[in-house]
Design a protein. Structure first.
Length: 157
């Protein structure tokens, strides 16, 4: 258990250091994250979908959405239902350039919402975005967003 705690602490420290570096390294990436958060906070599915390419590919717990139109349909339903009044916070992590106009970016997200019982709900997860340059800024060509795995159960003999 101590070994796992030590490994977790080492990974967390590296992630925090990478986060601080990544946020200062690319202002356009930070702008994409802040603009996305603002669009989400308004509950405007079209404004959120505008951050994606026309032929985007999104994989998340809702399934797979091919294209901005399908994503828009899913986001419209979500903002009218379980995500109504929610907010999202995006924490950009490390990026890996795939060329001058394409990069991979990983990070974490937190969605604050109200559950069906009226109590606050906080959902956290990880994402991996494939980003392409468009008009001097980044847009999302591909997105995979996953909640963290459940805690590991102790091994039994």
């Amino acid at each position: 258990m101590r070994r796992l705690t030590g490994i977790f602490c080492a990974v967390a420290c590296l992630a925090i250091a990478g986060l601080a570096h990544a946020q200062s390294a690319d202002p356009a990436l930070d702008k994409l994250a802040r603009d996305y958060e603002k669009a989400w906070a308004t509950g405007n599915a079209a404004a959120v979908a505008a951050h994606y390419t026309e032929d985007t590919l999104v994989v998340n717990t809702d399934g797979v959405q091919h294209g901005r139109a399908e994503l828009l349909k899913r986001m419209t339903a979500s903002f009218a239902g379980p995500w109504k009044g929610s907010t999202v916070a995006i924490h950009t992590g490390k990026s890996q350039s795939l060329g001058p106009d394409m990069t991979l970016n990983e990070g974490t997200y937190e969605v604050k919402a109200t559950g069906p019982d009226g109590k606050p709900v906080l959902l956290k997860g990880h994402y991996l975005n494939t980003l392409v340059k468009k008009g001097g800024g980044w847009v999302i060509a591909g997105n995979m967003a996953l909640p963290p795995p459940p805690p590991m159960a102790p091994a039994t003999k």
